[in-house]
Ligand binder design. Structure first.
Ligand SMILES: Cc1cc2nc3c(=O)[nH]c(=O)nc-3n(C[C@H](O)[C@H](O)[C@H](O)COP(=O)(O)O)c2cc1C
Length: 402
């Protein structure tokens, strides 16, 4: 099957020993139906001749940025617009560093800045160069900006070392290029996710909160981003790393969380995984409360209802596909079904927080998802990451059918 039929791919060839595999890569991409143009760096030309790649791609190889004749034929901006994918193979440590800096000091780096097409890197370098923190930081930055990483593989290297840093084989790279054109389940969707606890102040030093760690909401944000969505993650106070390509908004109280969610609207999907405090102290004391002999052994803290974030967003005219969480310690399915109906939700995820293996703060979860027809889908106990991916797949499936 020609999985890359008429796809326009620029192969960027950097100055690494693995450049000899680029010739095979061009062949493989063409076998899958792609139209291929090759751009070489100065370094790349030291390892393989443009003539070889011209013969294999069927087009002159693009070499120089400041070349009037080449610019008149197919200029760098034209080339950048032409591409459906830019695949840099080999991506040397030097090239990766220049891309991370946003340099545009040759044709390939300029083209990467100028293109709207996805860019994939196939790193190829000595294992020590790969492990160097400078390379690791540069790659992390590029991935955060949305560049894809194909490889590298581990094994024996041209220099005699053994380790991570070998460029993937041409056939593997061609398949990954083909995979990257596959539509992902949430491409083009904006997903708003709430996570973690909220804190409700009593006075300047005390607050009321709960045991939510935010792990489930963060895992959902990561899974939604992996599925191609633009993700806004509104979270209460948690100690978790922000997943790549996720916009994180930190809040403290339930009212802050509602305001942040409203500011993030419109969205296509709302997943409310935060454990929002239902009540807050009616009055926040301006100064630290002191032990008052007049109140004896106790005192009464008057609480008032917080706004219901999920019901507010699900009740808007531009309501998204709305998914709630019901963390309960008893009558799980009954309470969850009631919440689904009362808050006008599309799906509710019921989880039993009384079970210490799967409750707040644990690494694993097990859930039952209930829809408007009260049909139940259960996911057995596994890591929160895996549960998140299963749930995102289910949500995407239901959204496409709704
Ligand atoms: C024989 C030889 C092999 C090299 N192989 C690699 C390599 O596999 N990966 C790499 O990152 N650099 C390698 N280098 C260093 C690069 O060629 C050098 O950093 C160059 O500036 C990279 O050019 P580029 O930025 O145009 O890719 C090698 C150098 C030599 C002399």
């Amino acid at each position: 099957m020609q999985r890359l039929y008429r796809k326009r791919i620029i192969v960027g060839v950097g100055g690494g020993i693995a450049a000899y595999k680029s010739a095979e890569l061009v062949r493989r991409l063409k076998d899958l139906g792609a139209e291929v143009r090759v751009v070489m760096t100065q370094g790349g030309r030291e390892f393989i001749t443009p003539l070889t790649l011209q013969a294999l791609s069927g087009h002159p190889v693009h070499l120089d940025l400041l070349d009037p004749a080449a610019e008149a034929a197919m200029g760098h901006i034209e080339l950048a617009r032409w591409a459906d994918l830019v695949l840099i193979a080999p991506a040397t440590a030097d090239l990766i560093a220049r891309l991370a800096q946003g340099l545009a000091n040759d044709l390939l780096t300029t083209l990467v800045l100028a293109t709207d097409a996805p860019v994939a890197l196939a790193p190829a370098m000595n294992q020590a160069m790969w492990r160097d923190p400078a390379t690791a930081d540069n790659l992390q930055l590029l991935q955060q900006r949305g560049m894809r990483l194909f490889g590298p593989a581990s094994g024996s290297q041209a220099c005699g070392d053994v380790g991570l840093g070998r460029m993937l084989e041409a056939a593997e790279l061609a398949q990954l290029a083909a995979d990257s054109f596959q539509r992902r389940a949430l491409d083009g969707q904006h997903v708003l996710i709430t996570a973690g606890p909220t804190q409700e102040n009593i006075d300047p030093v005390r607050y009321i909160t709960n045991h939510s760690s935010g792990k489930m909401g963060f895992a959902l944000a990561e899974a939604a981003a992996e599925a191609g969505a633009r993700v806004t993650l509104v979270c209460g106070p948690v100690h978790l790393r922000t997943p790549d390509r996720v916009e994180r908004i930190d809040v403290v109280s339930a009212r802050d969380m509602l305001a942040a969610c409203e500011a993030a609207m419109p969205c296509d999907i709302l997943i409310a995984a935060a454990a929002v405090a239902d009540y807050r102290p009616e009055v926040v004391a301006p100064h630290k409360l002191k032990k008052d002999p007049a109140s004896g052994e106790g005192f009464v803290l008057q609480m008032v209802r917080n706004p219901d974030i999920l019901a507010t967003i699900a009740g808007r005219a531009d309501r998204p596909f709305s998914v709630g969480f019901a963390a309960e310690t008893e009558n799980l399915l009954e309470y969850a079904s009631r919440k689904l109906r009362d808050k006008n939700l599309d799906l509710i995820v019921a989880n039993d927080v009384a079970n210490p293996d799967i409750g707040f703060n644990s690494e694993e979860n097990a859930i039952t998802v209930i829809d408007r027809g009260l049909q139940q889908t259960s996911f057995a106990q596994t890591s929160k990451g895996k549960i998140a991916r299963q749930l995102i797949t289910l949500i995407a499936d239901r959204l496409n059918k709704s």
